[in-house]
Design a protein around this ligand. Structure first.
Ligand code: SF4
Length: 584
């Protein structure tokens, strides 16, 4: 059993985002809360939303119902106003997509269909799927949602003692009586939901529930992952000795991928359901919008208004980088609705101790992953650099100030890069001994800077989609135009993604002397060189590995998202600490 959510932040339980008593609860949200209290909270209070096959089928099934039949509504009004009681009892009038509320119960509903016969009203709710084989005729969330609609109709002066659920796949109507027990249960759930929402603390995830695989928010909620981490941190009562590994509820990788455009003067447009890239009228590429996760453009690339509108409406970000690869801005739709998370992020950033605790995790994870990369490639398990990095790792956990942590990070990085550059020592053409940047003065440092920029843009997009403000970090202090939180989270991934890609492109010969140009002591990559590195970077992000804690196969790109969500779970008080990602 879970002992209850653990608050690690210093906020009181009231937050500006808490729902107030005055707000009407949509009955659709009441359905979600009845299914799982956490689902109701995530959707109503935190504004989270995600499609899965079931929600898409539901929307598709409702397509006719959602077209408000204004004729029917007007006809219903006329009959109600003008007709006698007897006249009305003979005819049933249908009104669709009506929105009604009950101030008394504090709820609001958009009725799929209302059948009126005189003063007798019957709500009809459309559900995808088959009629369930249950004595009650329908699942509890569906019955509660329908009963809440009945309460609204009663509050509006209608006689309403039963409702109908129409199952689209079975094409069958199931009549649900509004018994005193169902009414009492519905009112209790309304009260529980209101209290949960006003307390501002997300209910804990269900444990090993068969509901989770069918839940559209499973990738946001991370129920099994959160429960496992809570077990490991021993804050759950009755902890079983070996908590089971999470079920694999997430797809291992994303289906949609970034589109990179680096041809100067290219034009990105929209044609039907596809994005097109043209140069001087010639089509260079045509990609289904469904297959695009982000559009990354280097230098001067133009967009049609149609393309921008479609991309922002679909939450597909446009990432702008300079021709040289410096990530400088992002075009997105309206920002994420999860205001609660951003408020906690700002509060935590103002709290030096809380920020330091998170920053320690970022840097400890980075040093551990640096050590792992060197251990795998050096072949000498006794190498002094490995021992030194282990010592820095321990000292990071004891760092008592941000300045001390910064110093330890710098010393560990210097030690690490000494070992890292030795891995390329056999290639005299690319022989370097130290990290340099702004501008990079050799090919290896040019690739490192470019890949770090790619990683930063990837994390900026990820953090933005989760609901963070990517500009405010806990280790990197705010600086104008700097995505500090993305740089923070990048720390633990630099060795295992960016540095690993750098080693790959040099060791595999994916770049050579022709991939670089030198001007006034600065080294930059050619278009072809950049294409090779971008390709290696994307391959790395698509690589699936076995997650060291959760035990299932997952791509690095998915891991970036999971880490961002775990950081959110920590800031919102569910996890007592942020668990950095470390490979074995
Ligand atoms: S994934 Fe499970 S615990 Fe999380 S909101 Fe959905 S049903 Fe609830």
């Amino acid at each position: 059993m879970i002992s209850g959510p653990v608050s690690t932040h210093n906020s009181s339980t009231t937050s500006p985002t808490n729902r107030t008593d005055a707000e009407l609860i949509p009955v659709r949200m009441l359905n979600e809360f009845t299914y799982c209290p956490r689902l109701g909270y995530l959707e109503w209070v935190q504004g989270e939303w995600a499609e899965n096959i079931e929600t898409m089928e539901g929307t598709f099934g409702h397509r006719n119902v959602d077209k408000a039949d204004r004729k029917s509504i007007l006809a219903a009004d006329k009959k109600t106003d003008a007709g006698s009681e007897d006249d009305q009892s003979e005819k049933t009038i249908h009104a669709r997509s009506m929105t009604l509320a009950s101030e008394q119960d504090g709820i609001l509903a958009k009725l799929d269909l209302l059948e009126l016969s005189g003063s007798i009203a019957t709500p009809v709710d459309y559900k995808r799927g088959q009629v369930p084989d249950l004595p009650e005729g329908a699942w509890e969330p569906e019955r509660v949602q329908l009963c809440a609609q009945g309460l609204i109709l009663q509050a509006n002066g209608y006689t309403c003692t039963e409702g109908v659920i129409y199952y689209i796949a079975s094409k069958r109507r199931v009549v649900i009586s509004f018994t005193p027990e169902l009414i009492a249960r519905t009112r209790q759930l309304i009260a529980d939901f209101r209290q949960t929402a006003s307390e501002g603390m997300c209910p804990p995830p269900l444990e090993d529930s068969p509901k989770c695989p069918r839940c559209s928010l499973v990738g946001i909620c991370l129920p099994d992952e959160t429960n496992l981490l809570l077990h490991q941190l021993e804050i759950i009562n009755d902890t079983p000795p070996t908590p089971q590994l999470p079920r694999k509820l997430l797809p291992a990788r994303h289906n949609a991928l970034p589109l990179y455009v680096q041809q100067q003067g290219a034009f990105v447009g929209k044609s039907g359901e596809r994005l097109t890239v043209k140069l001087k009228g010639e089509e260079l590429a045509s990609i289904r919008l469904l297959d695009v996760s982000q559009v990354c453009v280097y230098g001067n690339v133009m967009f049609s208004a149609h393309a921008i509108k479609e991309l922002t409406l679909r939450n597909i970000p446009i990432v702008h980088l300079t021709y040289g690869g410096w990530f400088h801005s992002l075009t997105t739709g309206l920002s994420h609705k999860n205001v609660e998370l951003r408020i906690q992020q700002y509060r935590t950033a103002e709290n030096a101790a809380a920020s330091l605790a998170i920053a320690r995790q970022f840097i400890a994870g980075k040093i551990k992953n640096c050590r792992t990369l060197l251990r795998r490639h050096l072949g000498d398990r006794e190498a002094p650099v490995l021992r030194h990095l282990s010592e820095y790792y321990k000292r990071v956990h004891r760092a008592e100030s941000a300045e001390t942590l910064l110093g330890l990070e710098g010393m560990a990085a210097k030690e690490y890069f000494g070992g890292f550059f030795s891995l390329l020592a056999g290639q005299s053409e690319f022989d370097v001994s130290s990290r340099n940047r702004r501008p990079p003065r050799d090919p290896v440092n040019a690739v490192l800077s470019f890949v770090y920029s790619l990683l930063t843009k990837e994390l900026t997009v990820t953090l933005n989609s989760v609901g963070f403000d990517p500009m405010l970090g806990f280790f990197h202090r705010p600086r104008y135009g700097r995505p500090s939180l993305a740089l923070d989270l990048a720390e633990e991934f630099r060795p295992i993604i960016a540095d690993s890609v750098t080693l790959t492109v040099f060791n595999n010969g994916e770049v050579n002397g022709d991939s670089f140009i030198e001007r006034a002591g600065a080294v930059a990559m050619t278009d072809a060189g950049r294409r090779s590195v971008i390709s290696a970077f994307e391959r790395r992000l698509q690589t699936e590995i076995t997650h060291p804690i959760f035990g299932y196969k997952v791509s690095y790109r998915r891991i970036l998202e999971v880490q961002a969500r775990l950081l959110a779970r920590h800031l919102l008080g569910e996890l007592p600490e942020y668990p950095s990602f470390v490979t074995r």
